[in-house]
Design a binder for this molecule. Structure first.
Ligand code: PHE
Length: 468
């Protein structure tokens, strides 16, 4: 049976699915954490500039490649590079993307699984009990991540949820999930932001986020801001390319890219407003690890009226955000099996998901430090952080965030800016958009500014300069 290629039902379908991919643990956990480490203000500003001059142009590039190629990342590069110089090498960028998808999904689903456990804990009232005991939360957390069975179980649950959505395909699975989850997620965030506004620390939080002090900004901070713009916008590995391949010709790529990027950035800043208000109001010590989300925050939630409800909503929100991201990661790899190997969607998705889950067991077993000597400690657990390469989990994360995404993004910018002709790119960007006034600016950014900025990250990684 000839499979029909999936397509979004319309403009909103693409925007919601792509925003769903972009908004994830990167926004709700990572950004508040790194912005905090980098003293807010100036870092936030640099990050916004990075999104504008590197993120948005590359998102437009990836989407246009996908819509033009109408295939998975590998097939798209093969089709678009045909007859050009290096035609045989370019599909390698797609291969890198698919491999990166496998890597990121394998460890991202482990952390995502934690949120499921915590939703249950919040609802059952268990979390509240722990919050009342000294060291109750951190003791539980360490025991939880140190238990291999638990880790594998919850990773499995999250992968199963992800697979269930992707099996249903582009419109009935991915788009439908995003149409439900994204508005709920946004509403929950708005509720929490309003709640934060009533807190004593809100003013301080806003000043911390929006008052730049350039004296506090380091070179490493600048590079980290650029690097994070890739991760948070899901760029550099073919998510936007794959989602772009399901986009209709009558929808505007530039408008979609700008909308998605603004939404993603606003949500990251809202997450900061919520967390910093809590930190400033309750004068919490800030742990320098992922544990903030699972130990410090619940402690605070239960100092507030309605703690059980707030914490349940909060973990639900994080789970939803993570789910729409894992869906996109799985879709990249599945689309490869569908388009390149000619498999049916169901077979492709189930097989690929099973393989990634099997691989992810290595990460699941390493988060608690079972492959690190000694007892698990809070300090070496680090979600999507860059400093920890300890353990399998840390290595996968380091590889993906420091190498795969920047290198992928760099090559995507080079391909779109230099291998494709001006006419090819202009035609695709203006299709469904009309005359694009900013086309020359986009072309300048994609040819020069984006490769230069991303190149700087890659060089700094090679030279071993921490962009932390
Ligand atoms: N953008 C997602 C986040 O912020 C993570 C992600 C990266 C998803 C790369 C897909 C591809 O959490």
């Amino acid at each position: 049976m000839e499979q029909q290629r999936g397509q979004w039902s319309g403009r909103l379908g693409f925007i919601l699915a792509a925003a769903g991919s972009a908004v994830g643990l990167g926004n709700l956990w990572k950004f508040p954490y790194i912005a905090w480490e980098n003293n807010g203000g100036a870092f936030v500003l640099v990050y916004i500039i990075a999104v504008a001059i590197v993120g948005i142009p590359i998102m437009m590039a990836e989407t246009l490649l996908g819509r033009r190629g109408k295939r998975d990342p590998i097939g798209t590069f093969r089709a678009l590079a045909a007859g050009k110089r290096g035609a045989r090498l370019w599909p390698g960028v797609g291969v890198l993307g698919v491999i990166t998808g496998v890597i990121i999904l394998s460890y991202y689903s482990v952390i995502a699984g934690w949120t499921l456990r915590y939703i249950g804990m919040a609802i059952s009232g268990h979390l509240g009990e722990l919050a009342r005991q000294p060291d109750g939360l951190s003791g539980f957390f360490l025991g939880f991540i140190g238990s291999g069975d638990q880790q594998v179980l919850w990773t499995f649950c999250f992968m199963a949820a992800t697979t269930l959505v992707v099996v249903f395909g582009v419109q009935n699975g991915i788009e439908r999930a995003a149409r439900i989850l994204m508005p709920v997620l946004f509403s929950l965030l708005v509720v929490l932001v309003i709640y934060a506004m009533t807190m004593a620390g809100f003013g301080k939080a806003m000043a911390f986020i929006f008052r730049p002090n350039f004296g506090e900004l380091t070179r490493g901070g600048v590079l980290e801001a650029v690097g994070h713009s890739f991760f948070t916008l899901s760029l550099g590995m073919g998510v936007m390319l794959t989602y772009g391949s399901y986009m209709r010709k009558q929808d505007s790529i530039p408008r979609a890219a700008v909308t998605i990027s603004i939404l993603d950035t606003v949500i990251a800043i809202m997450a900061c407003m919520i967390m910093y208000s809590i930190i400033f109001s309750y004068d919490m010590p800030v742990a320098k690890s992922s544990a903030i989300l699972f130990t410090t925050l619940p402690a605070v939630f239960f100092q507030m009226p309605g703690g059980a409800l707030i914490s349940a909503l909060f973990y639900l929100l994080v789970a939803f955000a993570a789910l729409t991201s894992t869906i996109s990661l799985l879709e990249v790899v599945s689309s490869y099996a569908i388009d390149e190997l000619g498999w049916q969607r169901r077979k492709a998705t189930l097989t690929v998901a099973a393989a990634i889950f099997a691989f992810g067991i290595l990460s699941a077993l390493s988060v608690g430090g079972s492959d690190a000597p000694g007892n698990p400690t809070l300090s070496h657990i680090n979600i999507i952080g860059r400093e920890s390469t300890e353990g399998f989990f840390g290595t996968m994360d380091y590889l993906a965030s420091n190498w795969c995404l920047p290198v992928g993004g760099f090559l995507i910018a080079l391909f779109t800016g230099w291998a494709l002709t001006r006419r090819e790119t202009q035609e695709e960007l203006e299709e469904g958009h009309g005359l694009m006034r900013f086309f020359p600016l986009w072309r300048f950014l994609i040819k020069f500014a984006a490769p230069a900025a991303v190149g700087a990250i890659i060089v700094s990684v090679i030279l071993g300069a921490e962009y932390q």
